[in-house]
Design a protein around this ligand. Structure first.
Ligand code: HGY
Ligand code: MN
Ligand code: MN
Length: 424
């Protein structure tokens, strides 16, 4: 076997460095922002261009590319064996506003590159392998997350989409149809043939960098709940309304948000709470705010901790509102339970890392991922590569090419084990 072929057959990370670095920069063009970030919101023009370009890239890699009717994009490497079940890898193509170029994109591109590599070096697999570009995970455009993986598992259904709209009052249904989905043109999104799922993702935290580990094998993913809190007061003149007669919705919201932080600081880790969005009406410098809406995002590895906090904060907010003569309405729009990853699949990842002398560690994910949705349907797991300074959801998100390539190499070897050998 010649040197190149030998390296390739040994899944040497150096085989993947150029491809993954170029692919990340290529996909980041779709939705690129002046600040260096990337914005690809579900069904937006940048999202559509990215999915169309990815379909071409999948075809160029020798995969059969196809959309489903909610906009998930699959690249399929047909198995030559009798089994019909599919081994799936992939991640989400959408981003947060001005997010990083690795979050989601890396898992899709690594899957395409890994399947292309396997086909070139080992021909058709025994079991069918697919990579998916899931249409939406972040919850950035609509008050809903996991629209892609949720349709894949049946958590959501495209023909009964939640009646929700984005900041421009465009409904999810209208946006989906305008992008050409939800019209029956493509196969239904619900899958019943997925045997296993693995998602490669940047860590988005600083644990791997701190521990100088190249790979994180995810033992479990935190649960998370997201809410929108509406506070109602009385808009009034900023100059003629004495302080003691005001019903200031923004001051009420500020007191609620401060209560959240104080409470969260007294919880045990990994509990976290975040207020990421705040909208003020009428949002004028000389008007006492009459209405405020803000989001609450809480996470923990233990369902009981989430349950406890989700009982505490509405009572506290109601007390604050009553004292200030305000109204408060709390709507929950995401509720994901914590989930453990598949031990056998993780043992295979650990064996690959040991064999390659790749420093790795087992860890929990503080970020939510599509794997926690798909893991409710089939055995699933995740692997991480380091994020510089743990920065993510930011234009400053960055991972070293050698780390990205090591992740692709481990993913490719794991897919080889499950797709080409009698691994079970
Ligand atoms: O918010 C999260 O945890 C993920 O990045 N969507
Ligand atoms: Mn994200
Ligand atoms: Mn992500």
């Amino acid at each position: 076997m010649n040197k190149i072929c030998e390296i390739h057959r040994n899944f040497d990370p150096s085989c993947f460095e150029t491809d993954i670095a170029q692919a990340i920069d290529w996909l980041a063009k779709y939705g690129s922002e002046p600040d260096g970030g990337v914005t690809r919101l579900l069904y937006s023009p940048a999202w559509q261009e990215a999915q169309t370009a990815l379909a071409r890239r999948m075809e160029a890699a020798g995969l059969a590319a196809r959309f489903d009717d909610c906009g998930n994009l699959y690249g399929r490497l047909e198995g030559r064996g009798p089994e019909r079940e599919v081994i799936l890898t992939g991640s989400h193509v959408d981003t947060v506003p001005s997010g990083g170029k690795y979050d989601g994109a890396y898992g899709i591109l690594a899957g395409v590159i890994a399947l292309e590599f396997l086909y070139e070096n080992f021909g058709p697999p025994l079991r069918t392998l697919e990579v998916v570009s899931l249409c939406e995970e972040e919850g950035s455009r609509f008050p809903l997350a996991y629209w892609g993986s949720g349709n894949l598992t049946g958590r959501y259904a495209i023909h009964t989409p939640p009646d929700i709209a984005d900041a421009d009052r465009i409904t999810l249904q209208a946006a989906m149809n305008a992008a050409g989905f939800g019209l029956g043109t493509f196969p239904p999104p619900k899958r019943a043939d997925i045997a296993r799922f693995i998602e490669l993702h940047v860590e988005q935290g600083f644990v791997l960098e701190k521990d100088q580990a190249a790979i994180g094998i995810v033992q479990g993913i935190v649960g998370q709940r997201r809410y929108t809190v509406q506070v109602g007061g009385s808009a009034n003149h900023a100059g003629t309304t004495p302080m003691k007669y005001r019903h200031d919705a923004l001051l009420g919201a500020c007191e609620m948000i401060e209560w959240m932080e104080k409470k969260a600081l007294h919880k045990t880790e990994p509990f976290v709470s975040t207020v990421g969005q705040l909208h003020v009406k009428p949002n004028s410098s000389n008007v006492i705010p009459g209405e405020v809406a803000f989001t609450v995002d809480i996470r923990d590895a233990h369902a009981a901790a989430l349950q406890e906090f989700s009982g505490e904060f509405p009572e506290a907010f109601a007390r604050i509102a009553a004292r200030r003569g305000l109204t408060v309405d709390i709507g929950e729009w995401m509720n994901m339970a914590p989930i453990m990853m598949n031990g056998e699949m993780n043992a295979a990842l650990a064996a690959i890392c040991r064999r390659r002398n790749l420093p790795f560690r087992m860890m929990f994910s503080g970020a939510g991922h599509d794997t926690q949705v798909i893991g409710e349907m089939c055995p699933a797991t995740m692997l991480f590569v380091p994020s510089r300074a743990g920065i993510s959801h930011s234009p400053r998100e960055y991972s070293e090419t050698k780390d990205l390539a090591a992740g692709v190499a481990v993913l490719a070897e794991w897919l080889y084990k499950y797709g080409y050998t009698d691994s079970d």
